[in-house]
Design a protein around this ligand. Structure first.
Ligand SMILES: Nc1ncnc2c1ncn2[C@@H]1O[C@H](COP(=O)(O)OP(=O)(O)O)[C@@H](O)[C@H]1O
Ligand SMILES: [Mg+2]
Length: 260
């Protein structure tokens, strides 16, 4: 490539806000000459590099903005440890098809069975598929909604949150809520109903959510909307965290088993 053409490409790439094109144009031009690509093939190759790079950096930005507590991937999830869970169910969820239909995912099971891991893994997949994602614990969501409510901008906040294709609510049930919190949470669930997806995780079966929310009727109305279009997956077994510790079960697991 001539010097002048090179600097023209550099200028044009910068004007297009695609400075990476400068490098890929030179690199791919050598490859094109060697392999006798047509002009169209060369142009397609340069553009497709730019598009992939943009998609990857967009996904990375969405992953960072999501507020995941850790990076966990579906690929790192061991299905051998969770035999009741079907690989193809998770593989299908990982395609992100549920997001287009505004469907929900509920992950139930005792502590340490991989609920948060799967929620993060699916959230990362959603970010790669182009969806904006927000992750927080149920307690943090309620605090956020309470603040918005106190400032008189709850409706606005709910509209803003609807622009996120996926919201993850982790750890429903660890800490019981006040009744006004239950109402706020109900509003979050109904504002997303049939518009945008939720992933919820909980150590408690639905039957016990009424106690968590301090209101059986609000809890029932909420669960009704959540599960109307949802995959409910129940994880089982001993905590993955405890597998090499020799500890066989946690108090909450025993209490829950006894309650069933
Ligand atoms: N089946 C699994 N395969 C790989 N890692 C797992 C699996 N289940 C749990 N873990 C890991 O064990 C730890 C606890 O899992 P986590 O998802 O936080 O459990 P939960 O949210 O159900 O309490 C995490 O570090 C997670 O990555
Ligand atoms: Mg968890």
């Amino acid at each position: 490539m001539g010097n002048q053409t090179g600097s023209e490409i550099e200028y044009l790439a910068r004007a297009l806000k695609a400075p990476r094109i400068r490098d890929s144009a030179t690199r791919l031009a050598d490859q094109a000459r060697e392999a006798s690509w047509s002009h169209e093939e060369y142009l397609a190759a340069v553009l497709s590099r730019e598009v992939s790079a943009r998609e990857a950096s967009g996904a990375e930005i969405r992953i960072r903005a999501a507020g995941f507590p850790a990076r966990k991937s579906i690929e790192d999830f061991s299905f051998d440890h969770q035999p009741s869970l079907r690989r193809d169910t998770i593989a299908h969820l990982a395609t992100g098809a549920f997001l287009a239909e505004a469907k929900n995912v509920v992950l139930l099971g005792p502590p340490g069975t991989g609920k948060t891991h799967l929620a993060i893994g699916l959230g990362i997949k959603a970010a790669h598929a182009g969806h904006r994602v927000l992750f927080a614990t149920a307690v943090d969501w309620v605090a956020r909604l309470q603040t918005a409510h106190q400032q008189g901008r709850l409706a606005l906040e709910l509209v803003k949150l609807r622009r996120y294709g996926l919201i993850v609510v982790d750890e429903v049930g660890y800490i019981p809520f006040e009744q006004d919190a239950a109402n706020l949470f109900f509003q979050l669930v109904s504002s997303r109903y049939e518009h945008a997806s939720l992933i919820l995780t909980s150590n408690l079966a639905f039957a016990r959510w009424g106690d968590v929310f301090g209101d059986q009727i609000v809890a029932a109305a909420m669960i009704d909307r959540i599960v109307h279009h949802a995959d409910v997956l129940t994880l089982k077994g001993a905590s993955y965290r405890l597998q090499y510790t020799g500890i066989e079960s946690l108090p909450s697991v025993r209490a829950q088993n006894a309650a069933q």
